[in-house]
Design a protein around this ligand. Structure first.
Ligand SMILES: [Mg+2]
Length: 252
């Protein structure tokens, strides 16, 4: 793969341990929402709310019922879905967006980089690869760039494309992948994209002709409920178990 000049990364669950952050965010949101419901005479415990939010999150990631649209990123809508589910849509909602901001705060503070992320990115930089990030919008405008800027080794990347904000649609649309190549001054064939999600990362990058590398972050690409693996469609060019495998893979 000696013709690869640009290496582009996904953020969540690829560079950052975002499953930890997502869990922390939901715990904070469940606490806030439980308090709001109690104010209006609806005695839902934090744990009861958390269980419902976990269902909404899981459905959003791997929809089975069709109740939750795929790629529903705006957390305001998660809390609204919950209210609808418990027939409490009538209660005042001025707390909704504040809860989303508290959620993202907890998410960011609890999503450390994977242990090999910085060393891998630093090695690629030293080898002369052009580096960038393509990540989907968090649904709250500006939030993803704020989170990227908090990454301790952010300065190793030239720039970030936020799909759904810098481009009309989120991954797997082709636009963010085309845009990152154009901004790097490279053809898409000279770029490799590294992500953890076959349906969004691999599908989008492959569609524009990039080399695709799937980092296997269980259980993100395995159904949590029944253990059935998701269909790996489309297939990535390469699968790796850890980011540290990338430099040798690109040099091969
Ligand atoms: Mg990801």
């Amino acid at each position: 793969m000696t013709d690869i000049r640009g290496v582009v990364f996904d953020l969540d669950n690829t560079l950052l341990q975002s499953r930890l952050g997502a869990a922390a965010g939901l715990r904070v949101a469940a606490s806030e929402i439980s308090q709001e419901l109690r104010k209006h005479g609806l005695p839902f415990s934090k744990l009861q709310v958390l269980r419902k939010l976990n269902v909404i999150e899981r459905e959003r990631r791997a929809p089975s019922s069709g109740l939750v649209p795929r790629n529903l990123y705006d957390r305001d809508n998660w809390w609204k879905l919950l209210l609808k589910d418990i027939h409490a849509s009538q209660i005042p909602r001025q707390w909704i967006h504040k809860t989303t901001l508290q959620y993202w705060d907890a998410y960011q503070n609890s999503s450390p980089p994977f242990s090999d992320a910085e060393a891998t990115v630093r090695a690629l930089k030293q080898q002369g690869y052009r580096l960038a990030i393509v990540s989907d919008s968090d649904g709250t405008r500006g939030m993803k760039k704020k989170r990227v800027n908090a990454v301790p080794f952010r300065s190793l990347f030239e720039f970030t494309i936020v799909a759904g904000e810098d481009t009309p649609k989120v991954k797997p649309s082709k636009a963010p992948f085309r845009l990152v190549a154009r901004k790097l001054g490279l053809s898409t064939e000279k770029c490799a994209y590294i992500g953890d999600n076959p349906q969004t990362d691999i599908a989008g990058a492959k569609a524009v002709g990039m080399t695709t590398i799937l980092v296997k972050r269980k259980p993100y690409w395995v159904r949590v409920d029944d253990g059935d693996p998701l269909v790996m469609d489309p297939r990535p060019s390469f699968e790796i178990n850890a980011l540290r495998e990338i430099p040798a893979l690109l040099a091969s």
